[in-house]
Design a protein around this ligand. Structure first.
Ligand code: F6P
Length: 541
């Protein structure tokens, strides 16, 4: 739909329905409808979703699905997969789904055979990764590579870093990966510590190859290498991932050792392409391709499943339900998997850089909240930190719980304990404990209110067989498409990120005020002036 979705009759119907449903308890909804749990599930590839612990009835779902139709979700999904320029503010196609198309698929966009291009890069990556893993690619002094250091930030860091942590158990060639992103010198210093230049390979990852943090860290890394091994060593120890060959060459990296991608892949949607090179070197091309197959399976589910049985559609619509009708501000993502400890951080960029927008694609102001705030920590650590607020606080925090049936490796039944915690938490959040139940346990009357568990706290539970390259790809694709569904309902361009530009430019403009010998005479504002003066004083300038 063009224009303001909040003016539609579907939106109004949801508002009215919310007024009727908001006071209902999940306890009641389960008691009234014994088939609810069995019915409110959906499967996408290996992912099983139980969404019965949401504050919805069949009527809610019907109304949300009608909203999706009104927003033109079906046409928009088709448009994305076809390569229409749905990123309007940058006039670009949005084709991260093409990064995982099988070799025999066909997709020609703007006259370009996208599938052939994607597989040419994947083949080049695989060839290179195999050579590094097989010790054919060696450092300048003839030693094999033992550590890959990915230098990148945002989408050029979070994806491969998250996935490497998730798939560490599959890193079978004795090569470890490290990730440097921050302009804080502590990051590169810490990550270079203990490394041997002779066995270290740097992968400089930047879509634009103009990002200050990445180029600065890359220069520091090059100096570190050159001081140990000399200028000639650079070509054996530096490769690049970018869309900008000219800048790669300017930096001094041979473009033969550059792995490309295209402007139709957003940074936060890019780790399943060349930005995943460090991951591929660690886990091998075969595992990487299994991950791509997982992504693709969920892409196909999203593209073809009817909306009422479509996991990203349902989860996206639930996000709209809580954000815009219940006024929830955040969504917690709680993986019961230590290996997914970077998953919430990865999702923060994916979701918040995509849908943190105040204008619709046509430039008009939105009239409802957009952009859920994503956050989270792995269970059970979160339980001992912030779950108190989830259970008894005044705020509504919908949460996604993610669990796996099989561990990669178990010890003394710990994995079952982990899963028992996941299940206990979602049940306690949904159904709580009443004052009567607590009093019946013999609790003193004065203490009863403190122990009441209000319940009615909505959660999704995603259960997968095991954390593998494939299920990781499935999970990431799921959230990519949730973002898409929400962005479509809100009518925003989920694929630009103009909001991060101003701060970057201002930092460049401000840097001389901090570093120059002469005190600056111009300041952007009085508060910043005071802070600059204080900083210079503290640094003795
Ligand atoms: O600052 C935001 C951003 O543009 C992200 O969208 C992107 O992932 C990141 O910076 C890094 O950009 P690049 O890959 O071009 O270095």
């Amino acid at each position: 739909m063009n224009g303001d979705i909040t003016q539609s009759q579907e939106w109004a119907a949801l508002g009215k329905h919310h007024d009727e449903l908001a006071g209902r308890q999940l306890r009641e909804l389960f008691a009234e409808d014994p088939g609810r749990a069995g019915r409110m599930t959906v499967t996408a590839a290996d992912l099983f979703l139980d969404y019965s612990k949401h504050r919805v009835t069949q009527e809610t779902l019907d109304l949300l699905l009608a909203l999706a139709e009104r927003a033109g979700l079906r046409e928009r999904i088709d448009a994305m997969f076809r390569g229409v320029h749905i990123n309007v503010s940058e006039d670009r196609a949005v084709l991260h789904t093409a990064l995982r198309l099988p070799r025999d698929a066909e997709l020609v966009v703007d006259g370009q055979d996208v599938v052939a291009d994607v597989h040419a890069v994947l083949d080049k990556m695989s060839h290179f990764a195999d050579r590094v893993r097989d010790k054919q690619w060696r450092g300048a002094t003839g030693k094999p590579i033992e550590t890959v250091v990915n230098i990148g930030i945002g989408g050029s860091d979070l994806g491969p870093a998250m996935a490497y942590e998730a798939l560490r158990d599959y890193a079978d060639a004795g090569i470890t990966a490290r990730f440097v992103s921050n302009i804080d010198p502590a990051d590169i210093t810490g990550n270079l510590a203990g490394l041997d230049p002779e066995t270290t390979l740097f992968v400089v990852s930047s879509k634009t190859f103009t990002t200050l943090e990445t180029l600065t860290n890359a220069r520091v890394a090059r100096r570190w290498l050159v001081e140990a091994l000399g200028d000639d060593a650079v070509s054996k120890h530096f490769v690049a991932v970018s869309t900008n060959a000219a800048k790669v060459a300017e930096f001094g990296i041979d473009t033969d050792n550059m792995f490309g991608f295209w402007d139709w892949v957003g940074g936060r949607y890019s780790y399943d392409g060349a930005i995943g090179l460090s991951l591929m070197i660690a886990v091998g091309p075969e595992r990487f391709r299994e991950m791509l197959a997982g992504f693709h399976a969920v892409d196909e589910h999203f593209r073809t499943a009817p909306f009422e049985a479509n996991m990203p559609v349902l989860m996206g619509l639930l996000g709209i339900w809580y954000t815009d009708f219940f006024g929830a501000e955040t969504r917690a993502v709680l993986p019961y998997s230590q290996r997914l400890h970077r998953f919430p951080a990865y999702l923060q960029q994916l979701t918040m850089e995509s849908n943190g927008k105040s204008v619709r694609a046509d430039g008009t102001a939105v009239t409802t909240d957009t952009g859920e705030i994503f956050w989270g920590e792995p269970g059970t650590n979160g339980q001992h930190a912030f779950y108190q607020l989830l259970h008894q606080g005044t705020r509504l925090v919908p949460a996604d719980f993610i669990g796996f049936a099989e561990p990669y490796e178990d010890r003394e039944g710990m994995h079952d304990q982990l899963t028992a915690n996941l299940l206990a938490q979602t049940s306690a959040l949904a159904f709580g404990k009443t004052a009567d139940e607590i009093a019946a346990e013999g609790t003193a009357a004065a203490i009863v209110p403190h122990k009441v568990m209000p319940g009615n706290r909505p959660t999704s539970t995603i259960l997968a067989p095991k954390l593998t390259p494939s299920t990781l790809g499935q999970l990431v694709a799921l959230y990519e498409h949730i973002v898409f569904v929400e962005g479509t309902i809100w009518g925003v361009d989920s694929f630009d990120q103009w909001g991060v530009e101003l701060g970057k430019k201002m930092a460049l403009d401000l840097a001389p005020a901090l570093t120059s010998d002469e005190p600056p005479t111009e300041f952007p504002d009085a508060s910043t002036e005071q802070l600059i003066r204080r900083y210079r004083e503290l640094r003795g300038r």
